[in-house]
Each structure stands twice: as C-alpha cells, then as structure tokens.
Design a protein around this ligand. Structure first.
Ligand code: ZN
Length: 228
C-alpha cells in the first residue's frame, strides 16, 4: 500500500508478491482515507473460530456484502480477490497468511486466549482442508503485538495451560507469545523461513501503536490484507 502521508507497515515477506496488498496501520489510522474497500470486518470474540469465504460457494459471491455485517469469528480465510480482510488489535497479534500456489489469504486475531486455543494452527488446518493448501507454501506475517518484554501474566497458573509453560521466561511471570505463534505455525508444517515477525512490541511503542495494557484503550489499529 502506498500513500504520501499515511504510514503503513509492511512485511518484507509479502513485498515481492504482486497479488498481495497489505498493511498495518498505526494509531494515526488512514484506511478510509486511502479509499480501501470493500472491507471485511470481524466481530472478534477471543475464540478460535475461523470464517471461511469461498468464491465457489453457491450464491456467496452474489449475496456476500463485505463491510455490511461483520462475521463473528477471530480469523478469516478466503480465495476471493479484491476484498480487504481486517483484523483490529491493541497488543493482540494479527497473523496474516498467504498461499501463493492456491491463491488463498487469511487474517487471524490471536490474543493470548487465541494463542492458548491455537487459533493460528486452526487457521492453517482450514487452509489445508478447505482450499487444499500445502503448509510448506504458506507465508506468515506476525503484526506488532505484546512482546516477551511486556507479556506479564501474574495469574498464569489459572490462565495458561501447563503444556504452554515452556514459553514462560525463566524466573519471571512473562511469556513469549511471539515464539508460541512461530512454533504453532511450524507444528503445522509452515517453514521457519516463511514466517516473519515484525518483533515490534505494542506496549513499548505506544507512540505508534495502541496498547491495551499500557493505555487501557478501546482503540485498535488495523491490519489489512487483500489479494488482487
Ligand atoms: Zn515491550
């Protein structure tokens, strides 16, 4: 995405793919200013459901009205071109996925609850099952989000299952959800070199991004991906 006065962050991994239009907007916003449309929003509820939008589903293309009614889900995967999948976050991760072979994109909202439920693995499964994607072809980008520097979970014994305590930082109540997402992707067969994490902590960078933990804000910044 390009604009003279609107700052948009992009993944290096997607830059060479002419079919992909994507960007992470800052707290300055700018989606509507840039005239991006149609937008597909999700009613994000911190669960692990993935909305599947297929172009060959009977009637869907005609009846489907992006931007009118948000789907209640925390991830969305589609092979439909020219729609902009939007995930809104402030500390949670937006994970964008693209399979250049099958021409399928996804955008996933993964906060700590989503990470615990492995929503990202669930999304890769949907790409495989619904669209015949092969995980070794899938590219993945992880948005600015709460880093291991700031992911303190004082109640982790109640909130995070023991199987995930391996992501706890030694001698601290902090967790590395960045690493967790990487491992969840690789466990599904996504290649390490196909995963890009911006490694920008939102709580450490509230001049640019929103952080719920730092600001207790209801504002979110938008992470958008589309295929042309
Ligand atoms: Zn931080």
């Amino acid at each position: 995405m390009e604009s003279a006065d609107i700052k948009v962050y992009e993944f290096e991994l997607f830059k060479n793919h002419a079919r992909i239009v994507h960007g992470i907007f800052t707290r300055a916003g700018g989606i509507r200013k840039m005239g991006i449309t149609p937008l597909v929003f999700l009613n994000q509820v911190h669960r692990s459901d993935i909305q599947v939008l297929k172009k060959d589903d009977n009637g869907l293309s005609e009846n489907f009205q992006p931007g009118i009614e948000p789907f209640t889900a925390d991830g969305i995967v589609t092979d439909i071109k020219d729609v902009f999948l939007v995930i809104r976050v402030a500390d949670c991760q937006a994970v964008m996925l693209y399979d250049p072979e099958k021409k399928v994109i996804a955008n996933v909202h993964s906060g700590w609850r989503g990470s615990v439920k492995n929503i990202i693995g669930n999304c890769v499964d949907k790409m495989i099952l619904e669209f015949g994607c092969q995980p070794e072809n899938i590219l993945a980008g992880i948005s600015p989000s709460l880093g291991p520097c700031c992911s303190e979970f004082v109640n982790y014994k109640d909130e995070i299952p023991k199987t995930l305590w391996k992501y706890k930082i030694k001698d601290k109540d902090y967790f590395d959800f960045w690493e967790m997402t990487g491992v969840q992707l690789m466990d599904k067969g996504v290649k390490k070199e196909h995963i890009e994490n911006m490694e920008i902590c939102t709580k450490c960078n509230t001049d640019v991004f929103y952080s719920f933990r730092e600001e207790k804000t209801t504002d979110r910044f938008a992470c958008v991906i589309s295929m042309v």
